[in-house]
Every structure is written in C-alpha cells, then in structure tokens.
Ligand binder design. Structure first.
Ligand code: PLP
Length: 427
C-alpha cells in the first residue's frame, strides 16, 4: 500500500514519483544531500527494494556561458595567470590558490569585480530606473520567487539593517545594495505579494536621505538567463538561504561562486558541497541543518514563540504590520505577517537571529578588502567540481554507459568560419 502507484488514502491519484521509480534504470539525486534524502525519506521503500538504482549526480553549470562569455575580463586574467585550458578542465583553477595572497593579483581581481559592477549598475539604471552605488556591497538574490527560497527572510534582514541604521546613524557596517530578481508563477499569490513587499521596502529605503550611501534595495525586473550573465559577474554576495532540506541542488549558487561572489547560505542542496570545496572559513553558514529542522517540526514548531522571545525580530515584523511600507495601510501585507506568525512553514523566524548574526560577519569581512579578495579568489579556484563537464561525464560513465567520441571540428563547420582556421592550427 505504501509503494502502490495509486494513492488510495483519500481521493485516488497517481503517485508520479513512484511511477518514475518503477520505470527508471537509475534514480539520481542532484546533490549529495538530496540523494541522502531520497534514500532516507522520499523513496525509502524503493531504496530498500532497489538500492543499486540509487546514485548521486551533483548538478553543474557550463563555464563556457557562465564564466567565459559572462565574465571575459576575469577569464583573461585567469588565462594570463595560470594559462588557458582551464575552461574545459575546471579542476585546473586550483592553480589560482597560489595567488590568493598576492597583492598585485588581488588588486587586479578587485578591479575586474569593480568593472563588472559598473556594467551591472548601467543595466540596473536602464531596466529598473534606479541609480545604485558601485562602492557598496552587491548583495544579490536572484531565483524564482518561492517561499521555500525565503526571499522574505532576506527582506527581514534588510528591514533589520534599516531599523538599526535609523536608530544608530554611526553604526559601522558595510554599505549594501540588496538586489532581488525572479519571477513568480502566475497563480502563486504569496510569491507575488513578496515581490510587492520587496518593491515597497525598496521605495521607503530609496526615499530616505539617511540611507544614502548606506543601504539600497532594488528589484531587478524580468530576471532571465541573458541578464543573469551580467548579474553573476557583478555580485559580491550570493544569497542561498532556503530552509534546509527544501532546495534539491540549486545551480545559481554555482554560477555566483564561479564569478567570485561569496555565499551566505544554509546547509541545503549543493551549498553543502560548495562549503566542503571552498572550506568552512570561505563560506558564510547560518541556520538549522536538516536534522534540526526535522526535530523542531517533531516537537511542534511555534513561530510565535520566536517573535515573543526576540525584541528585534518583533520590531522588524511590527514595522511591516504597522503599514510603514504602505503609507499606513495595514491590510496589504497582512497575509505575509499572519502567515509568518501562525504557520511559517519555512521556519524563517527560527533562522532569523542566526541569519542576522551571519550577515554581520559578512559585513565585517567586506570591510576588510584583502580578506574578502582572498576568499573570493579561493572560491573561484575551488569551483571546478561544479562544471557541467564533470556532471555530464558522471552521467556518461555511470548511467548512459557511453564513451567519448573524438570529433574533428573541420569536418563539421563550413569553410568560411574563422573557427575552422583556428581549429586547423590546433587551437
Ligand atoms: C541558474 C538560474 C536559475 C536557477 O537558480 P537557483 O538559484 O538555483 O534557483 C533560475 N533562473 C535563471 C535565469 C538562471 O540562470
């Protein structure tokens, strides 16, 4: 009954995952944590029946699009420093580790990031019609809008920072531009309301002269692959803050890392492996892990207890509830506030304080430019595992059982292509 293709507990329906499990030669998770969860939770009965079908294939992204095409300046610096060839053998980026403490290399690294931020500034001016400060930390969350991805947790931090800066204008924190981008599914009302809240907060913060050069919020319209290629190279901080256990892998996290952004994230999806690769000291970790999430849910999660116990969290939530961001209208964002206080399915309130504390560590690190550059260089140097070349090779070897085929480009391309000339010269 547990394994049946048809669920008959209530109105009958087809269990699509069970149908897929029965029909498939291989069942792979897309990150180590995801594979573990498939085995221990989602498909346990099928794992007991067919353990040999289960394996891990951690996702990857293509360095041709997301590094070389998106970030030519950084690619050329890498070419000049460790030689070419890394683009099809990303493990070679490890050779950059030797330059993480080189002052000249760090300076060039920072200059390229600054140039890429200027390009993003221009695109934000063109598409969002706002002027942002390229000297500030570009703190970026771009991905589909979804409650499990917790864009609204990011917003709670923005409001917290806004409140602290208002209460203490001398506060020593890194200036930030917090950039959001992403689409909501047409029928997903809560995701659309979160977009409205982002824009409402952006509006209030943007109009406040006291926030000049200190804090700014932008909603980047129409996030897609094309403009993503400008966003990743122009980012300092990558927000990967889903509730542990909810993000199968994530691939945006990998694109940010390959472009030298540092990650603030939970132990979810491929974040776990990114942190393993870059080292704990080069990753900003916060929040509950899967075991703590499971245990809290088992005990009975009561978000209201966190609200009652944390005065600062109360201030932040109350500011939204008061209508401060809606010219006094307390109704607009009531669904968000009520949901957080009484349901909070994705446990934002439980992770709130840990997130704020971690963002303060991010701020300290950013104020130390040499430390930040070192971390950024090491993140790129250790991003090779997340190349789609590695992921695809694993599928070829373990699942499809296909061997590589040598292709002579001269046989495939028309004569007039410059590319063909280059290929014939062995480049
Ligand atoms: C990579 C990418 C995604 C996936 O991002 P996640 O942060 O992994 O959810 C979504 N949309 C676009 C346009 C992307 O380039």
């Amino acid at each position: 009954r547990r394994m049946s293709l048809i669920d008959e507990d209530g109105p009958r329906f087809v269990r699509m995952a069970h149908l897929a499990a029965v029909g498939s030669f291989a069942i792979n998770g897309v990150a180590a944590l995801h594979t573990d969860l498939l085995k221990s939770d989602v498909l346990t009965d099928f794992y007991d029946l067919w353990p040999e079908k289960f394996r891990n294939k951690t996702n990857g992204v293509t360095p041709r699009r997301f590094v070389r095409l998106a970030n030519p300046a950084m690619s050329q610096l890498i070419d000049r420093t460790i030689g070419g060839g890394w683009i099809t053998d990303m493990r070679r980026l490890r050779a950059l580790e030797a330059y993480a403490d080189d002052p000249g290399f760090r300076a060039e690294w920072r200059q390229i990031k600054a140039q890429n931020k200027e390009c993003l500034v221009r695109e934000i001016r063109r598409s969002a019609h706002v002027e942002v400060d390229p000297a500030s930390m570009f703190d970026v969350q771009v991905k589909r809008m979804h409650e499990y991805k917790r864009q609204h947790l990011n917003l709670l931090h923005v409001i917290s920072l806004y409140k602290r800066l208002k209460d203490d204008p001398g506060l020593q924190v890194a200036p930030r531009t917090v950039i959001f981008g992403g689409k909501a599914a047409p029928g997903y009302a809560m995701a659309k309301l979160i977009i409205r809240l982002i824009n409402a907060v952006a509006d209030v913060v943007g109009r406040d002269p006291a926030m000049q050069g200190r804090l700014q919020v932008v909603f980047f319209p129409n996030y897609n692959v094309k403009n993503a290629q400008l966003i990743f190279p122009g980012s300092d901080l990558s927000e990967q803050i889903s509730l542990a256990g909810k993000e199968a892998s994530g691939t945006g996290n990998m694109k940010f890392q390959m472009n030298g952004a540092l990650t603030i994230g939970t132990l979810d999806g491929a974040n776990v492996e990114i942190r393993q690769e870059v080292g704990d000291e080069n990753f900003f970790l916060f929040g509950m892990g899967v075991p703590e999430v499971v245990e809290l849910r088992r005990r009975g999660y009561r978000p209201r207890d966190y609200y009652d116990a944390n005065a600062h969290l109360r201030e932040v939530i109350d500011l939204i509830a008061s209508g401060f961001f809606t010219r006094g209208d307390r109704e607009v964002f009531r669904p968000i506030v009520d949901h957080l206080l009484h349901h909070d399915d994705y446990m934002l309130l439980a992770d709130f304080q840990s997130y704020i504390d971690c963002q303060n560590r991010v701020s300290d690190a950013y104020l130390d430019a040499d430390r930040w550059s070192r971390m950024s260089i090491l993140n790129v140097a250790r991003s090779g595992f997340f190349s789609s070349d590695r992921a695809i090779k694993e599928y070829c070897d373990d699942i499809w059982k296909v061997a590589p085929v040598r292709i002579d480009l001269r046989d495939l391309l028309p004569d007039e292509l410059e590319f063909k000339r280059a290929a014939s010269e062995g480049n």
